[in-house]
Design a protein around this ligand. Sequence first.
Ligand SMILES: [Cu+2]
Length: 161
Amino acid sequence: MRIQPLARTITAAIALTATAAMAGGQHGDHAHDESFATGETGGAKKPARIVQVTMTETDGKMVFVPSKVEVRKNEQIQFMLRNSGELDHEFVLGTAEENVKHAEAMKKNPDMEHDDPNAKRLVPKATGDIVWKFSKAGTFEFSCLIPGHREAGMIGTVVVR
Ligand SMILES: [Cu+2]
C-alpha cells in the first residue's frame, strides 16, 4: 500500500527533471552572448551588498521597485528578488541590446525558462536571489522578458561607476 504513492512521487520527479532539461535545451537554441557584458557571476563566499528588488503589477503597469540601482565598479551585489504580483515575473540582467534580443526570442517561446546565472523567473509570492559582480563600468538594465511585460514597464537600470 505504501509503494503506490512513492512510485507516483518518483514518476513526478522524473517528469519534472525532463521538463527542466527540455526547457534548458530550448533556451540554448537561441544562442545569446554568454560573455556577460555586465560582469560576472558572483563568488558565493565573497561579501555582497544586498539590494532588494520587488516585482509587481500596479495601475495597469508592471514594475520593478526600485527601478534604478547604483553600483561601484567591482562591487558584488546580491539581488534579493521578490515577486509580490499576481503573475509570473522574471529578472534578467544584461545590456539593453541583449535584453531586447532576448525578448524577441521569448515572443516565439513564451514559456522559456531561464537557468542562466544572470536571470531568475519567479512565480507569484516567490523569492530568489542573484549574486553578481559588476566588473565593468557602464549602464546596464534588468528587465522582465515575459512577452508584454517589458512594454508594460518592467525595465530597470543599473549604473556602474
Ligand atoms: Cu513580468
